[in-house]
Design a protein around this ligand. Sequence first.
Ligand code: BTN
Length: 184
Amino acid sequence: MIIGKQIFHYSTIDSTNTEAKRLIASGQAAEGAVIIADAQTTGRGKPGSSWFSPPDLGLYLSAAVKPYKNQADLTNLTSVAAAAVADLIKDLTRLEAAIKLSNDILLSGKKVCGILCEHLTSGFVVIGIGLNVNHLSTSFPAELAGQATSLQIETGDVFDLTAVRQKILEQLNRHYLAYLREIC
Ligand code: BTN
């Protein structure tokens, strides 16, 4: 197992991707470190956008990886994360998620997950994943209404966030190891 070797868990943080970068820069996070938050105050999305990160409804995590090749090729690692999330969703809900432009995961045509991969000059890549889990349609701000969904909205079930977190780490680890085998 690589991903999840080290876990940093915060109740609230600005952004797990930003914290991952700080921990890598200070030498506290090694390859495989995972930064998890119950809420983010400034969750970051694609350039110019934010990620809605209210407490205890979604999954907000970042994994620090250091692939030995193609470190600047973020498309491949984004696809690794997207495949891991799609498998997780299938496993939890039996629903088939659609992957759009490698970093958006959709259910019923609405966004349930976003992925933000960032490359550091040290060779690390931070894979950030935001998954909407127990949101109701009324949980989202007006600007996201009609565009965002959650596992609970799609299934009517309430999910145990700790169990979902554990499963996403397993899937991410599985897909990342397969990727490393592919590029060696
Ligand atoms: C997108 O715009 O679709 C990408 C969203 C990525 C959000 C996640 S939440 C965990 C990690 N920390 C961040 O600040 N962003 C990513």
